[in-house]
Design a protein around this ligand. Sequence first.
Ligand code: CS2
Ligand code: MG
Length: 404
Amino acid sequence: MGTKIMDARVIVTCPGRNFVTLKITTTDGIYGIGDGTLNGRELAVVAYLQEHVIPCLIGRDADRIEDTWQYLYRGAYWRRGPVTMSAIAAVDVALWDIKAKRAGMPLYQLLGGRCREGVTVYAHANGHEVSELLESVAKQQELGYRAIRVQAAVPGVADAYGVPHGDKPYEPADGDLPREEVWDTAKYLRFMPKLMDAVRSKFGFDLALLHDGHHRMTPIEAAALGKSLEEFQPFWLEDLTPAENQEAFRLIRQHTTAPLAVGEVFNSIFDCKQLISEQLIDYIRATVVHAGGITHLRRIASFADLYGVKTGCHGATDLSPVCMGAALHFDVSVPNFGIQEHMPHSSSTDEVFPHAYTFAGGMMDSGEVAGHGVDIDEKLAAKFPYKRAYLPVCRLADGTLHSW
Ligand code: CS2
Ligand code: MG
């Protein structure tokens, strides 16, 4: 019955941005791949995989996904953290891919089968001016999206989060050293109701509108933002405060009924235990690659379901198509699905990672291919060598370092 892990290799490629992929091959000649990309810290995961994980994988029963997860998590003594958990996720997703390929089924079948016909995704709209943002929303609507995240440059603030430099698609990891941005929360708080008002006035209330605060507010500032945007009925407000302090959300909750989403930087269930059990958030944004793979993300989702918290997986371009593929199998099969982020990859990324997943009419689907349905063209991948790229850092006008 059993099949053993014969080989495991890390592939690093940069078709426009860096991606880390783990490829595991079994003794019966089947391979599976998993995403281990950690934006701006890619080679830390590569080293962790090569030096500390792969030697323990060779000869292991490829069918024992849970036991392998426990071995790499509990067995490591030093637990959690984004580097470790991304490496574990890469192994976990590659093993689920292998198991589903061996079963001859799309991965979602092994996760209990479909709970829905497709996955509602949200797009990004942004602009250097409100008028440009409105055009961007219209463009995303024409592409079929019915849920759209809105971000615009804040008057008087040099670099707002979520707005591209020039006319290139938004891709924040753009510096050989971290670029420095200057931020002003007071100006942002004054501007946001105007932005939401402009969007609602033009597009009405049927469109689901999302917004990302990207960890820049204090709890009371976040509460003020929630109050001021409530009348525009946001689908969610994301990452309002740095969420290391889970209790902070009690204060935000006391002041606003705007739905709250958190968790793209979380890597374990313990990062969101209090947020979920005290019902301080509405959507948990943890995703496959940074939260320990399908195995651990399902555990987080089951826990969240007890408290009426829905999923809202992170899906920026720094999560590879392998993560997106795995996330879509999770999304179609998880009962408490909320929404999935979708930031389309560049065409060269899509060529390096051929995939079965599709997009139409504001929805994505995992496809019906056995496994998670995403592959890697290694020859093509080799043509795009790793290029160091940092995310920016953020400062206030007086030079104080602030959360980016
Ligand atoms: C963001 C990301 O997609 C999101 O919601 O917060 O763009 C985030 O900044 C990047 O994934 C950082 O790597
Ligand atoms: Mg975000």
